[in-house]
Design a protein around this ligand. Structure first.
Ligand SMILES: Cc1cc2nc3c(=O)[nH]c(=O)nc-3n(C[C@H](O)[C@H](O)[C@H](O)COP(=O)(O)OP(=O)(O)OC[C@H]3O[C@@H](n4cnc5c(N)ncnc54)[C@H](O)[C@@H]3O)c2cc1C
Length: 606
């Protein structure tokens, strides 16, 4: 038998078998009679700079050689519990799938360059030839450094290195109409127009894999002081171990009875594929345009973001499912509204949003480290942001923001939901980001870092790009845009159902206007609700000037008594006479005294 020739594939955010350019190539070449390599070693590394790995220490007395994986500005854990779990599940799902193909996946912790170097050194000692190290590229300063480090490690050992373009985006890199990232338009609409028609833009998904080479006969083990456990449950436990469950908050939100997660999903390619199929067969792809701005429930939006972020599914796979449905090419979705009838407004809107994701990724490529600077992509040094590090009062505000006790209902509900579940809707995210940056004037990066820590779907470009955008230092052409979270709650949560789900103290209120701004409740109501003395009713961080008119909520929100009666007491629609007339709050839609309000139904768009 000829000696093994090993190919190492370092997996990153490409955690899938299907539509994966590297696995596709490996499978193709393995069919040939002359194999360029005899064995394949897929490796996933929990990257110590981004995920705290001290939970993997072999003994309690061991010390991690790596600094804690905390964020730059506010010092939060960079990968909080929700994403850590989803990521571990995704890695494990791939391990299982690879195992079923006769291969497998090795899990390591550390810094990618070092881990690869150690493996190459160990193989050298055993006289095992490693023919190449392959990995896919990512945007981002750290990600690029990681690529350079792995390249150096490989080439230093005399091994070929190849950086592949992952094909997980909607428009393939080869089809973007410019090569130089500097040519990316600074306004999304201009970019979109270069790409349209969107339905024609994606490439076809890659063919299914046949066979993959086996794992090498010997595999160097994880270097001390770490040990990799052998079950998914243990991996999740180790990832969670260093994280204080309260994440540093003295009054962390707790999941209220009856509040269910909008994102109860497990990570991995298998569940990602199931989710896409569910969206097609339930008709939710077709109704997406009408439901996407909702905030409660499983299916108002696709919830595909976390799978997309880790590359468990690709945007063009989603597109392919949509095409098949629109053209009636498979039975999936047969009988559902829109089946076989071409693109509809729902499927078109999904494509539109997937292009936003591409756009933010290209923005990272264009602007590099400016994405993380307070002056943002615009290099705007004119705003004076408050820095929590320098001021106890600002720190207190940030804590209340994170705990969801600001006194603005929509913001508080979203922050509590985020903490408890790792997810909150796009509508809520826009309001939260605008509230922190524009209403509180606090360093927006603190919010971006809190999201990085907590979001199950955290994605470098989508997160930092959106925060830049909403904070007014990114590529939103409407510079002065400010979201009014009271108006937004009235428009998108007219009965206050979403807010009441997460701000449990408000559940018995029947006046949505008080739910939107609980600090407006009268003393009697505070007493009934047992909230007297609490910050969110006594000391709102912001008293936002917006009065909900008599027809509260387009969906028929009820206007209760001025004091916001609790639990079935007096105060039905219109009772008490609060909020009559066209006062300041009844300005034409989309306008406020200070800056411009967003337009009610807009996408994050042109
Ligand atoms: C302040 C802020 C931070 C955000 N951080 C992230 C993040 O870390 N990761 C992330 O994936 N998205 C982020 N988004 C974008 C968006 O909120 C989420 O993609 C979306 O809410 C995820 O839910 P969904 O999959 O149901 O989205 P859907 O509404 O079903 O959209 C379909 C897909 O399109 C993409 N998409 C939709 N809206 C956007 C957008 N505005 N920007 C980029 N891609 C988009 C996502 O991949 C999403 O899965 C952020 C938005 C804001 C305002």
């Amino acid at each position: 038998m000829s000696p093994p020739r090993v190919l190492i594939y370092l997996l990153r955010r490409d955690l899938r078998l299907a539509d994966n350019p590297i696995f596709n190539e490996i499978s193709k070449t393995f069919q040939q009679s002359q194999h360029p390599y005899t064995h394949l070693l897929p490796i996933y590394i929990f990257a110590a700079q981004q995920i705290e790995v001290s939970g993997f220490l072999s003994a309690d007395s061991d010390r991690s050689p790596f600094p804690e994986a905390r964020s730059n500005v506010a010092g939060f854990w960079r990968c909080g519990p929700h994403r850590a779990k989803f990521l571990a599940e995704s890695v494990w799902d791939l391990k299982r799938s690879l195992h079923n193909t006769g291969n497998g996946l090795e899990i390591r912790v550390g810094l990618a360059g070092q881990v690869i170097q150690e493996i190459l050194t160990a193989y050298k000692k055993q006289s095992v030839e490693v023919v190449a190290v392959w990995m896919t590229n990512e945007e981002g300063v750290e990600e690029k450094r990681e690529e350079r480090n792995v390249k150096e490690a490989a080439e230093g050992a005399g091994t070929e290195f190849k950086l592949w373009t992952d094909e997980k985006y909607y428009v393939d890199d080869r089809d973007i109409p410019f090569r130089d990232p500097a040519h990316l338009p600074d306004v999304f609409t201009s970019f979109r127009k270069q790409i349209e028609p969107l339905r024609e833009s994606p490439r076809r998904v890659l063919p299914p894999l046949s066979k993959l080479p086996p794992l090498p006969p010997s595999i160097p083990s994880q270097s001390p002081p770490f040990t990799i456990p052998s079950t998914l449950e243990d991996i999740i436990t180790k990832l969670h171990k260093p994280l204080d469950p309260n994440l540093g908050l003295s009054n962390p939100p707790t999941s209220p009875t009856g509040a269910t997660s909008a994102h109860p999903f497990h990570g991995g390619e298998t569940t990602g594929q199931e989710r896409i199929r569910h969206l097609v067969t339930s008709g939710n792809m077709s109704t997406y345009k009408d439901t996407r701005n909702r905030m409660l429930g499983l299916d108002f939006s696709t919830k595909l973001s976390a799978w997309l972020a880790l590359g468990c599914v690709t945007a063009r796979q989603i597109h392919q499912y949509l095409l098949n449905f629109e053209e009636g090419k498979t039975d999936l979705g047969k009988g559902v509204q829109g089946y076989g009838k071409g693109e509809n407004k729902g499927t078109s809107a999904v494509r539109f949003e997937l292009l936003w994701r591409d756009y933010f990724r290209l923005t990272t490529r264009k602007f590099g480290s400016r994405l993380f600077q307070i002056s943002g992509l615009k290099n705007d040094t004119s705003s004076s942001w408050s820095y929590p590090q320098k001021d106890k009062e600002i720190q207190r505000k940030v804590t209340r923001f994170m705990e969801g006790t600001t006194g603005t209902g929509l913001i508080d509900a979203s922050m509590k939901e985020l903490f408890c579940t790792g997810y909150t809707s796009n509508r809520a995210r826009q309001n939260v980001a605008s509230f922190l940056a524009k209403h509180l004037g606090i360093d927006w990066r603190v919010g971006a870092e809190w999201y990085e820590s907590l979001l199950v779907d955290y994605d470098l470009s989508s997160n930092w790009g959106n925060w830049n955008y909403v904070a007014g230092v990114g590529n939103d052409p409407r510079e002065t845009r400010v979201f009014n979270p009271v108006k937004q709650a009235n428009d998108y949560d007219p009965q206050g159902e979403y807010i009441k789900t997460w701000v449990v103290e408000l559940r018995s209120l029947d006046d949505p206007r008080i739910v939107f701004q609980p600090w407006k409740m009268d003393d009697a109501t505070k007493a009934v609700l047992k909230v007297a003395g609490q910050d969110f009713v006594e000391h709102p961080l912001k008293r936002i000037e917006y009065h909900v008119g008599r027809n509260a909520g387009r969906g028929g929100g009820r206007a209760g008594g001025k004091g916001g009666k609790a639990g079935g007491s007096r105060g039905g629609a219109g009772a008490g006479g609060g909020y009559h007339g066209r006062g300041r709050g009844d300005r034409p839609r989309g306008q406020s005294r200070k800056g411009k309000l967003d337009h009610a139904n807009d996408f994050i768009d042109d």
